[in-house]
Design a protein around this ligand. Structure first.
Ligand SMILES: C[S@@+](CC[C@H](N)C(=O)[O-])C[C@H]1O[C@@H](n2cnc3c(N)ncnc32)[C@H](O)[C@@H]1O
Length: 428
């Protein structure tokens, strides 16, 4: 078991050929610590985001005057391997700091091999989550040992970006040169390149739909326009349908139609009031990074961003929601000028997986969306690691992203856009 996992992990390291076949267990242990490091930085970053006034990162250098010669040598050697910037970042995660202080020689050696292999991802992760490594290091700037290691560069993001309300770690990607870069989108030549925005809920502006005439296939029981996420029940369907996957209650808010009567369901006893997926979105973000993979076309002008897992994700886990802006079907051209991030949105039907289910909206993840928009497509069924489907969840209809099989740390998360996409028909 450990052996397989370890092989799998090492096979995916493109930057370093480790070539180690002995000491299997310590290496597996080191791989476990790497995952804990990412998780810890993520957790602390989220706490900071949530409680900016009160949450304080632990100062890893608070006792630096007491570091003995062995610790100093260990630190200095590590700086020689991964640089003092990444070392300062890693020290802000408790699992790494503990290993630094307590690991046996071989354990430490193995951990540093893997940290070295992951150092560009670790660096971007720490930058994007505002780990205050510069502040932490500089607070002890007078310390003779730290001074001997040299100065630290400024945090690469400006204050504006760090403090912006729209700021989110998944709005930067790791380039093939190991540097962070902003995620931008060019909907059309006329609009030019625009910075992407991260959203946790879909955007719906009713006026935009009012300007368009009612579609022929618009559901007969629905008024026009209406928010497409509050799916109405139709005559003959059972009262609990569509039910929230999490709590089992009806996911319908607002009116529903039975016979000729329109009923209103807004009652906490019978209607799902879960927050998204029964938890808070900030608690549920999986550890992933937006990562530049080799371009599909072979041209260096085509930047191919994809999603790389930074944790193991078990099969079946719901890992996100494809979010974006609702776009009328007729407006595809005007608004996006580009169908790269367009997803088809189906009307109410009993079977959302039905190939003939009718699209009544589009959802565009281009300018406003989240990390799920960067998942690339594969035609090979066995390569699909995440699936997207429209389903009622947490009180609303959503496009859910679910792990289709076990996903291991370091692999690219691939999905299937469905048969229409590369024919220019949008996803789904
Ligand atoms: C939803 S986006 C995925 C993120 C995209 N790679 C990026 O950098 O923004 C879809 C686009 O990615 C590219 N793409 C994704 N999977 C592909 C594949 N299997 N073959 C070729 N191009 C692909 C195509 O350009 C497609 O229009």
């Amino acid at each position: 078991m450990i052996f397989n996992f370890q092989n799998e992990y090492l096979n995916r390291q493109s930057t370093v050929q480790l070539g180690i076949t002995s000491n299997i267990e310590p290496l597996a242990q080191a791989a476990g610590t790497i995952k804990e490091i990412f998780q810890d930085l993520q957790d602390q970053g989220q706490l900071l985001q949530r409680y900016p006034g009160t949450y304080k990162w632990k100062d890893p250098y608070s006792d630096i005057v007491n570091w003995n010669a062995d610790l100093q040598t260990r630190y200095r050697t590590a700086v020689g391997q991964i640089g003092n910037e990444v070392m300062a970042m890693a020290m802000h995660s408790e699992p790494f700091e503990n290993a630094f202080r307590t690991a046996q020689r071989t354990q430490w050696y193995n951990l540093m091999l893997l940290v070295n292999a992951e150092k560009t991802s670790l660096r971007m992760f720490a930058i994007a989550r505002n780990v205050p490594y510069v502040r932490g290091y500089r607070a002890h700037g007078r310390n003779r040992f730290l001074r001997s290691l040299g100065r630290l560069n400024e945090h690469p993001l400006t204050n504006r970006e760090e403090q912006s309300v729209n700021w989110h770690p998944h709005l930067i990607y790791l380039t093939d040169r190991g540097q962070p870069a902003r995620c931008n989108f060019t909907p059309s030549d006329a609009t030019g390149e625009k910075e992407m925005v991260n959203v946790f809920e879909n955007r719906y502006v009713e006026d935009r739909f009012r300007r368009q005439s009612r579609l022929k296939n618009w559901p007969s029981g629905w008024g026009y326009p209406r928010h497409p996420q509050y799916a109405a029940m139709r005559e003959g369907q059972d009262a609990n349908w569509p039910a929230c996957e999490h709590c089992g209650k009806s996911a319908v808010f607002g009116e529903y139609v039975k016979g000729r009567t329109v009923y209103t369901a807004w009652d906490e006893q019978s209607v799902c009031t879960c927050s998204k997926y029964g938890g808070k979105p900030w608690e549920l973000e999986p550890l992933v990074e937006v990562y530049q993979y080799p371009s599909y076309t072979g041209s260096s002008f085509d930047i191919n961003r994809g999603v790389r897992a930074l944790q193991n994700i078990p099969e079946g886990e719901i890992i996100g929601e494809y979010c974006g802006t609702f776009v009328p079907l007729q407006e595809e051209e005007d608004t996006c000028g580009d169908d790269t991030f367009l997803m088809g949105w189906e009307g109410p039907s009993r079977d959302f997986f039905h190939p003939d289910a009718e699209k009544i909206r589009l959802l565009s993840g281009g300018l406003a969306g989240n990390w799920t928009r960067f998942m690339n497509h594969t035609d090979k069924e066995e390569e699909v690691s995440a699936r997207m489907y429209q389903f009622p969840y947490g009180g609303k209809m959503r496009i859910i992203v679910q792990a289709a099989r076990d996903i291991v740390f370091g692999e690219q998360i691939l999905t299937s856009y469905g048969p229409g996409y590369f024919g220019g028909d949008g996803m789904g």
